[in-house]
Design a binder for this molecule. Sequence first.
Ligand SMILES: *[C@@H]1O[C@H](CO)[C@@H](O)[C@H](O)[C@H]1NC(C)=O
Ligand SMILES: *[C@@H]1O[C@H](CO)[C@@H](O)[C@H](O)[C@H]1NC(C)=O
Ligand SMILES: *[C@@H]1O[C@H](CO)[C@@H](O)[C@H](O)[C@H]1NC(C)=O
Ligand SMILES: *[C@@H]1O[C@H](CO)[C@@H](O)[C@H](O)[C@H]1NC(C)=O
Ligand SMILES: *[C@@H]1O[C@H](CO)[C@@H](O)[C@H](O)[C@H]1NC(C)=O
Ligand SMILES: *[C@@H]1O[C@H](CO)[C@@H](O)[C@H](O)[C@H]1NC(C)=O
Length: 822
Amino acid sequence: KSVDLHPTEPWMVASLYNGSVCVWNHETQTLVKTFEVCDLPVRVAKFVARKHWVIAGADDMQIRVFNYNTLERAHMFEAHSDYIRCIAVHPTQPYILTSSDDMLIKLWDWDRKWVCGQVFEGHTHYVMQIVINPKDNNQFASASLDRTIKVWQLGSSSPNFTLEGHEKGVNCIDYYSGGDKPYLISGADDRLVKIWDYQNKTCVQTLEGHTQNVSCVSFHPELPIILTGSEDGTVRVWHSSTYRLENTLNYGMERVWCVCGQRGANSVALGYDEGSIIIKLGREEPAMSMDSNGKIMWAKHSEVQQANLKAMGEAEIQDGERLSLAVKDMGSCEIYPQTIQHNPNGRFVVVCGDGEYIIYTAMALRNKSFGSAQEFVWGHDSSEYATRESTSMVKIFKNFKENKYFKPDFGAEGIHGGFLLGVRSVSGLAFYDWENTELVRRIEIQPKHVFWSESGELVCIATEESFFVLRYLAEKVATAQETKEGVTEDGIEDAFEVLGEIQEVVKTGLWVGDCFIYTSSVNRLNYYVGGEIVTVAHLDRTMYLLGYIPKDDRLYLGDKELNIVTYSLLVSVLEYQTAVMRRDFGMADRVLPTIPKEMRTRVAHFLEKQGFMQQALAVSTDSEHRFELALQLGELKIAYQLAVEAESEQKWKQLAELATTKCQFVLAQECLHHAQDYGGLLLLATASGNTTMVGKLAEGAERDGKTNVAFLTYFLQGKLDKCLELLIKTNRLPEAAFLARTYLPSHVSRVVNLWKESLGKVNQKAADALANPTDYSNLFPGLQEAFLAEEYLKETHVRLRPAAEYPLITVSRYTHILGTLW
Ligand SMILES: *[C@@H]1O[C@H](CO)[C@@H](O)[C@H](O)[C@H]1NC(C)=O
Ligand SMILES: *[C@@H]1O[C@H](CO)[C@@H](O)[C@H](O)[C@H]1NC(C)=O
Ligand SMILES: *[C@@H]1O[C@H](CO)[C@@H](O)[C@H](O)[C@H]1NC(C)=O
Ligand SMILES: *[C@@H]1O[C@H](CO)[C@@H](O)[C@H](O)[C@H]1NC(C)=O
Ligand SMILES: *[C@@H]1O[C@H](CO)[C@@H](O)[C@H](O)[C@H]1NC(C)=O
Ligand SMILES: *[C@@H]1O[C@H](CO)[C@@H](O)[C@H](O)[C@H]1NC(C)=O
């Protein structure tokens, strides 16, 4: 039976015929709270946000007050002697007004224990609705089935005056809240809606159209529209100045009982027999536009205002902060602007709304041309524009004169301006030549937006799911137009080349050079260049790109509340990236010095991703990045220099690997040394057969405690005593004993004694079980021969023989010795 919107929470309260009152969150579409009021219909429920209340009036004649936080009933009282139809909450005083089938209106003061402050008598039938005048809170109006509207003053119990004109009972009433007109609107069972001037007390307009009793009327508090609901199941939308019927909404939910708009928002709640609906009216996007010099124009209702970024002074600007701009009133517009758009050179602005457009001079807002059109787009050339008259007719204008009109083959559901004229239809997007309206190319895509780069070489086509970047091949188009080759019914096949598709939803966008800057559906401020996405900022709310001022290195954006914010984005970086994309390295080199040092690495990463490693290495200022690039490029000298600076073991290791693969062994050796990579050094030394190196490595390794490497290198050099000493030093006594037994029998006795001594500390028994050959020579057959062999081999072992000599050493010379040994 009624709906009301909360002023700050995303809540709608609905009172139902079955006696319940429900509070819904309309953002999450969930039921937040329910109040079981009574068994009879509850015809009205209202929020009183400043008290956290829901107040309900029901057919049991009771008013109930609930706290919506605690869900407790704060108060209840019998207000009337018949059904309660309506409650009006005073905007500032602690009052509510109630109206009833008992023909009375009553005022209640909650600060005085809900005392009835006044009774308003005069109606001779049910009082269906009461509404307080938003421009004068002491005045209110009432609608009654006695076919009249009465206007009352608080403090006076009889009506100030009565408006008569409806032929049947009046169900609903509303005040116009705009400043200019003293109007009331009413709806009645005569199926008519009437607009009244309550100053001269005449009916200024009657709106006909509803086919059943009119149950609710509303002047929208923000938009220039009137909403009316009826028992015929429709909600009609009328223009509030021309009274033209703009739209008829039919959601098939039976009879409409209430409409509730809200100040500062474009959502409207509708209450039906079978449920409630929240609709959003108008465009979310503000009517705002900026020219290339930083002049921003916007519409606040029909008032056009301008702000100049240049007048902002030198104050330090923070990214994302609201700018405080001096605003200049430009005058009001004859139509209610839904969009404002500067032409490319900024001399004119077009304002569109209500199916009409007016072109004004940007300087003085003087009208230059106007007409009716569903849509208006500027051309690439500042003197050109196109309008869409209907779903089949597109007109092209040049210098404010109609130049051509045409009927696109598949109709025109939308048009897109820019380098080519885009026409959207069920069959996709068709691009036409502005000059001769010839079809250039039809593409099977349903675009939301089309953005052309200034040069006309690149175009971004944004859909509901993603966006595509295409290159326009003007030369191929010219050739095809001449030769007629490659021309099909869908236009010139080679007209475009797809460069990429990105799975992001573009809300607003613009090109700077070859960089496409955009806001996305998840409130990112990004730009696309050469297949890469760079995020400039994460926005905390929906914002709309207005433009880019290269001189300031700044992007400007606006929001729904007409705030302007800015984010810095260096033009030098964009120019550089554009030059790279065009493979114009001469240009890139000229731009480079203007890029601040701290941005160089970002640019270098871009170069790297585009495959320009050498350039990336030259540009990068980050040593890590440069080292990586140098490695990838095999630039040993640069990598070496960076490794020296960084003193990082990891870098030396990487460089050693690279040097090895490049057969730069001297360098590899140095790197391995720096990296203290003894394993690597051992491999290098042995593989290259460099004895000096093996020798040095052995000493170094022992010094640094790399005993495994030290042992191996000593062993390779035949320095067996060193090996033995190393084992003893590291307390590897059993191993030492066996090494001695194998290669150095003269040391066996000494080592076994050390072993026994050491083992004795933990296990005397085990230590005793070890036999020293000096004491038990019987247990060590051939030991004497072994001493001899050791003596004999001493010289041979330590002699260094190049590998080339190996075949010359005859096995026989050794065999007799070997035979005695093993
Ligand atoms: C009234 O109807 C609503 C919606 O259908 C339902 O959620 C609620 O439980 C009903 N209340 C009563 C008292 O039947
Ligand atoms: C009735 O309203 C008029 C303005 O419409 C006002 O001038 C007049 O004082 C009011 N009369 C009473 C009795 O309030
Ligand atoms: C009352 O005022 C309206 C303007 O609000 C005007 O159109 C109308 O002619 C006036 N009627 C009389 C009778 O003065
Ligand atoms: C319209 O209102 C009349 C009373 O004026 C009522 O009898 C009729 O039933 C209403 N129409 C509908 C469709 O409910
Ligand atoms: C254009 O301006 C002229 C006078 O400057 C005015 O008479 C006319 O109504 C205006 N038309 C539109 C559509 O704004
Ligand atoms: C062997 O290594 C040493 C350094 O350990 C080096 O100075 C020398 O040049 C190397 N010799 C050859 C033949 O590479």
